[in-house]
Design a protein around this ligand. Structure first.
Ligand code: C2E
Ligand code: CA
Ligand code: CA
Ligand code: CA
Length: 282
């Protein structure tokens, strides 16, 4: 038994240190990433399910490291949150989304809602609302067209802080979306407390099962409840025509997913939008 334990330990240890090393390496690399211009934003269109028009797009961070290649957000956002780097990286994403989004709208001559993800750590900055305001000004971006996506856990971490901050953001004219709704607490009580605009239904609800779409009853009830509270519902991860058809039937307001488009660099999303405006897309 002793030998087995020793073997297990020896087997486990190098693996651990590789993980720790990778984290440290990524952490160090992240510190230089902004200055070295390694970040980019990709944009994923969001579709109005009643009109099938493009209503806006979500800005998603991409990190391209010269050696590691493209590191997915799932791997670096957490590290950036722990080290606090998310404050500057998140600010960069917000400023860049305002700047690129507003410029794209001017070129297309059409308003689009731009959604930006915000981490809990960013909200802790006492001047967060001022920073949002500054980003809007720097990008010459209409506040009404900016939407900030916050997760449930971010919102309920500090209820009083969230309530007062959301009030400040609403005063700027910015819209607030709850991201990944349904994955965490799904505590409906707080929804009434906050001035929210949009609920983004997590894509885990749209996972197809053998007998069709799972959670049908839940999604229907959810959409009705959101509408009763005056909130719009956006479904994430729409990948199939069956799911799209189902969402239209349940009166879900908007959808986002690979069925419509993947996240794309700004020039590609501009081409996509131009083609769509010219009627070249189905
Ligand atoms: P999220 O905010 O829930 O973003 C949606 C994720 O789902 C994106 O992954 C998107 O590429 C992916 N997705 C979109 N449509 C589909 C689909 O039809 N099927 C599937 N399977 N996936 C789809 P991505 O870009 O890898 O981002 C992962 C997460 O990283 C985001 O999840 C968000 O939590 C975080 N993140 C990304 N950019 C930022 C940022 O600028 N700031 C912060 N704080 N977090 C960010
Ligand atoms: Ca999001
Ligand atoms: Ca989400
Ligand atoms: Ca997420």
């Amino acid at each position: 038994a002793k030998a087995a334990r020793r073997n297990a330990y020896r087997f486990f240890e190098p693996d651990m240190s590789v993980q720790v090393k990778t984290r440290m390496t990524l952490d160090v690399a992240l510190r230089h990433a902004l200055r070295r211009n390694e970040f980019a934003l990709h944009f994923q269109p969001r579709i109005n399910l009643q009109t099938l028009e493009i209503s806006g797009m979500e800005a998603l961070l991409r990190w391209k490291h010269p050696e590691f290649g493209t590191v997915p957000p799932a791997e670096f956002i957490g590290i950036a949150e722990e080290s606090g780097l998310i404050e500057t990286i998140g600010m960069w994403a917000l400023e860049e989304a305002c700047m690129q989004g507003a410029a794209l709208m001017r070129r297309l001559g059409r308003p689009l809602r731009i959604s930006v993800n915000v981490s809990a750590r960013q909200l802790q900055a006492p001047d967060f609302a001022d920073r949002v305001s500054a980003a809007l000004r720097a990008g010459a971006m209409d506040a009404q067209l900016l939407e900030l996506e916050l997760t449930e856990s971010t919102l309920i971490e500090d209820l009083d802080r969230s309530a007062s901050l959301l009030k400040e953001l609403k005063a700027l004219g910015v819209a607030i979306a709850v991201d990944d709704f349904g994955t965490g607490y799904s505590n409906l009580a707080y929804l009434r407390r906050f001035p929210l605009d949009v609920l983004k239904l997590d894509r885990s609800f749209l996972v197809q099962q053998d007998e069709g779409i799972s959670n049908v009853a839940f999604i229907k009830a959810f959409v009705d409840m959101a509408h009763a509270l005056g909130l719009a519902v956006v479904a994430e991860g729409v990948e199939s025509p069956e799911v799209l058809e189902f969402l239209c039937r349940t009166a879900c307001d908007e959808g986002q997913g690979y069925l419509f488009a993947e996240p794309m660099p700004v020039d590609a999303v501009e081409a996509y939008l131009s083609a769509w405006l010219a009627g070249a897309l189905p």
